[in-house]
Design a protein around this ligand. Structure first.
Ligand code: MGD
Ligand code: MGD
Ligand code: MO
Length: 815
């Protein structure tokens, strides 16, 4: 989230699109209720299904799954053509006036640089024009045809309301009504928040859907403001913490990135990640990258990391490619992996295309499952009748189950969607032989280190040099780990402007990332978490909810990264002179007397930067402004464009009917062997989407009797029109089949799913809740991911779980 949960109450308009917060985030959803009660805010829901969020919305618009870019692109066109944009904001805080390179082009649905062999783009033309001084060239009059504004206007003019209706199936009136409501928030004192989750992420173009949403918010001037922002609603209680700590295959803690194979040179690695400002007088905050990086290496390798060995840089893996879950199971299935450690993860149930995952797991020599529950993955080799029809005699994988504790059985910190690190305390003792995850990992590590010490091996250095300073080496304590990620001084840290002033004494905990140094004098496991546990104590454990400004900015409740800042880019809540656009909802303001920014939040800016100096508010970008034109940051294009899902009822992309290469995202994550595994509409005519129910949490709660009672049996939802067409009534057993397999479930025929008219043809949606499987106490069921395609987003590789093709048939079955 750019903002945070409580801040939702400051919104005038809440758009829930690509999520179903009332169902999947019922506790956080109370802030939507507060916004409605306190501000008379309105709630708009855009979803293929009439959801529990839609049930309490002021306005609901249906949309075909997988078509959100067309909808949002139509909205951008509406805002630009009706002049419903925040002029001062876009001129000063975005790249509206920047000129784009002359050789950048968009033709026939493809951006310049596409290679049809590799399905990848050469992105060298996707950039701003730079002057001889290294700064971007701009046209403040916005007349130049190469300026971002003009290019964007032309790009989105194609998305007329008729086009939107034809692609999305959203009736034109409903689309225009949503546009009108949203357009009102272009006023300085009206703010919209966008809440989204998997309905946007789980698509082959998911990242681009989210970008389109962000572009809408920028046009309206809604980023950086209270009640505004782009708010990703995170999933597992610590999925935000997982990404923050760098647990994705290509990341290091704090969104630093691992080097690629070609990056053997340490200095070049650092230079590439610390870009110089692209505008005069601008702060480019990533120029501090070396301080963050060296401090992480000191936390990991301690005394063994020195300037002479580039702080241990050469012990880091140099990536050949991203090793996301699709890649991992692809490699496993191709026999390129021997072993797999599966910790708090149930891929047989949760990864796409069960048959491929099952085949991949069967090729391993060993599988280690660290989990409090007996998961489907740990029993993938067992025959569970129709729900897992495998032959155990044909599977040689040795499976080890290591029972772990659950979060409620241990102390620790969890990061919520609003970036708050909140400490939690053990509520119950773990049963039986269950051990905390750090203890299990420590047990594996200490034994591995012993083996490397004794026998050597290929590159033992990172294992042998890892610092392991815990009181009980076999069981690192949660507070020790927390102090480690927060950071401490290895030598006295002094003020750069006055060397006699000591900011932190040697051995003490740091106050924040401003104290990090690149000379080895600080250690910090995750720079964005710096200061969470300072000499003042564990700030994550704070529970003071005083709210001096009355807008939910409780700065003494827990610790928000970065620097306890609650709303990102908050400088943009003020006009260029530093005056809040809405003084009744003030985050920060420029105080000319003290010469500082202050208010209800920690300024996301250089605290003493005088507005007269014109520094841009988006200090993590070297140009200091937000980007409509994403330059070369995205794998699949600088301006979002509608493409069909990989499995779509349409043979052609209505935007580019003449170019088959532009039917679906040309840069999507697809492995060659899977291309034949996509279904066609002749055999699989219906659009399927998968989702959650409040009463279950993934595949865990079917182990819990009370949850099993409230949602006892697997079902699928179909609309009344499809029910009538196929002669299916509620309660009938049906078989839902895709190119990759089938599931059997009870049909629920409902008004909540309506059929669409897409390009003149009727299209039905089939809704599939995900929660059933073959372990636990609930009635057994089929894994929904038997059906889903092995396709990922071009940037994040997130699987396309939200739109694929199926067929449905009524069957005879004794239940
Ligand atoms: N009770 C409960 N709560 C949970 C979870 C749980 O299992 N149970 N899981 C947690 C996790 S890990 C996560 S990630 C979150 C997920 O939270 P959500 O993303 O809100 O959950 P989903 O139900 O998967 O999907 C949300 C909605 O997306 C809609 N949708 C599908 N396709 C499209 C599309 O193309 N466009 C649009 N606009 N909408 C679409 C679906 O109809 C659905 O209503 O929930 C978390 N909260
Ligand atoms: N078709 C379809 N597939 C989906 C989705 C979808 O919407 N549609 N959603 C996707 C999303 S958003 C998600 S997040 C994934 C979820 O996929 P998974 O994370 O694989 O599913 P979970 O059932 O949440 O599995 C997590 C496991 O962690 C265990 N666990 C709980 N606490 C602890 C702990 O402290 N330590 C350890 N070691 N284990 C613990 C639980 O018992 C559980 O078995 O599914 C994805 N798959
Ligand atoms: Mo999730």
């Amino acid at each position: 989230m750019t903002n945070h949960w409580v801040d939702i109450k400051n919104a005038d308009l809440v758009l829930i699109m690509g999520g179903n917060a009332a169902e999947a985030h019922p506790c956080g959803f109370k802030w939507v209720t507060e916004a409605k009660a306190q501000r008379k805010a309105r709630l708009v829901v855009v979803d293929p299904r009439f959801t529990r969020s839609a049930a309490v919305a002021d306005y609901y618009a249906p949309i075909r799954a997988g078509s959100d870019i067309a909808f949002l692109a139509g909205l951008i066109n509406y805002l630009l053509s009706h002049d419903k944009i925040h002029h001062e904001y876009v001129r000063n805080y975005t790249d509206f006036s920047f000129l784009v390179k002359t050789d950048f082009a968009f033709e026939d649905g493809l951006y310049s640089g596409y290679d049809a062999e590799t399905h990848k783009y050469d992105r060298s033309t996707w950039g701003y024009q730079l002057g001889e001084d290294g700064y971007v060239v701009t046209d403040p009059t916005l007349q130049d045809p190469r300026c971002v504004y003009q290019l964007m206007k032309a790009h989105y003019a194609r998305y007329t309301p008729e086009m939107v209706e034809s692609i999305c199936g959203t009736p034109r009136d409903a689309f225009l009504k949503v546009c009108e409501m949203i357009a009102e928030t272009s006023a300085s004192d009206r703010v919209m928040t966008i809440m989204y989750a998997l309905g946007w992420t789980q698509h082959s173009q998911g990242s681009q859907i989210i970008r389109t949403g962000a572009m809408v918010q920028l046009l309206l001037g809604n980023i950086g403001k209270p009640g505004g922002g782009m708010n990703a609603l995170r999933g597992h209680s610590n999925i935000q913490g997982l990404t923050d700590l760098g647990l994705l295959s290509n990341l290091l803690p704090g969104y630093m990135t691992l080097p690629g194979e070609k990056e053997q040179d340490f200095t070049a690695y650092l230079e590439k990640r610390s870009p110089k400002p692209l505008r005069p007088g601008q702060m480019s905050y990533w120029q501090n990258y070396p301080k963050f990086f060296v401090s992480t290496m000191k936390a990991w390798f301690g005394d063994a990391a020195t300037a002479d060995n580039d702080w241990g840089y050469h012990w880091l893996p140099k990536l050949d490619k991203t090793h996301d879950i699709l890649q991992v199971f692809e490699d496993m299935n191709a026999g390129r992996m021997n072993g797999y450690i599966c910790q708090g993860f149930n891929p047989l149930a949760s990864a796409p295309c069960k048959i491929k995952v099952s085949s991949a797991l069967s090729k391993l020599k060993y599988l280690v499952v660290i989990d409090p529950l007996a998961t489907e993955t740990s029993e993938f080799w067992q025959n569970h009748g129709e729900y897992n029809a495998v032959d155990p005699t044909k599977i040689a994988t040795e499976v080890f189950r290591l029972p772990s504790t659950c979060f409620a059985e241990e102390d620790g910190s969890l990061v919520n969607s609003g970036r708050w690190l909140q400490w939690h305390w053990q509520a119950a003792k773990p049963p039986g032989e269950a051990r905390p995850d750090p203890e299990i990992i420590a047990g594996i590590f200490l034994r591995l280190r012993e083996l490397y010490r004794k026998d050597g091996g290929a590159l033992p250095d990172p294992i042998l040099n890892l610092a392991w300073r815990y009181k009980q080496p076999h069981s690192p304590a949660p507070d020790e780990l927390a102090r480690e990620f927060s950071g401490r001084a290895l030598a006295d840290v002094t003020d750069p402007k006055d060397a006699t002033k000591v900011l932190v004494k040697k051995g003490e905990q740091l106050n924040g990332f401003a104290e990090l140094r690149d000379d080895g004098s600080t250690a910090c496991g995750c720079w964005i978490f710096a200061g969470a546990w300072s000499e003042k104590g564990n700030l994550m454990a704070r529970r003071d909810n005083s709210d001096p400004y009355g807008i939910g900015q409780t700065l003494d409740w827990a610790f928000a990264w970065p620097a306890n800042r609650r709303v990102l880019y908050n400088r943009a809540s003020c006009d260029p002179a530093g005056k809040p656009y809405d003084p009744s909802r003030m985050l920060v303001a420029w105080d000319g007397l003290s010469g500082r920014w202050s208010g209800s939040d920690i300024p996301d800016f250089k605290a003493d930067s005088n507005p007269a100096d014109g520094m841009g508010p988006f200090i993590m970008n070297p140009e200091g402004v937000a980007r409509f034109f994403a330059r070369d940051m995205m794998a699949d294009g600088p301006f979002p464009e509608h493409y069909e899902p990989l499995e779509s009822p349409l043979a052609k992309n209505p935007m580019h009917p003449d170019n088959p290469l532009a039917r679906s995202n040309p840069a999507a994550r697809v492995f060659e062997g899977d291309r034949e595994n996509f279904g066609k509409p002749d055999r699989f005519p219906y659009v399927a989407t998968t989702y959650r129910l409040t009463e279950h949490f993934h595949y865990w709660t079917k182990h819990c009797r009370s949850n099993a009672v409230v949602q006892p049996e697997q079902f699928v939802e179909i609309g009344e029109a499809l029910g009538a067409e196929l002669g299916i009534r509620s309660g009938d057993p049906v078989r839902v089949r895709s190119q990759r397999g089938f599931i059997v479930a009870v049909a629920v025929v409902t008004k909540r799913l309506r059929s669409f008219v897409i390009e003149g043809q009727p299209v039905h949606t089939v809704g599939i809740p995900i929660h059933w499987g073959f372990t636990g106490v609930a009635r057994n069921g089929y894994l929904a991911n038997t059906l889903t395609p092995f396709v990922g987003d071009a940037n994040t590789q997130t699987p396309e779980f939200k739109s694929f093709l199926v067929n449905v048939e009524k069957i005879q079955r004794v239940v």
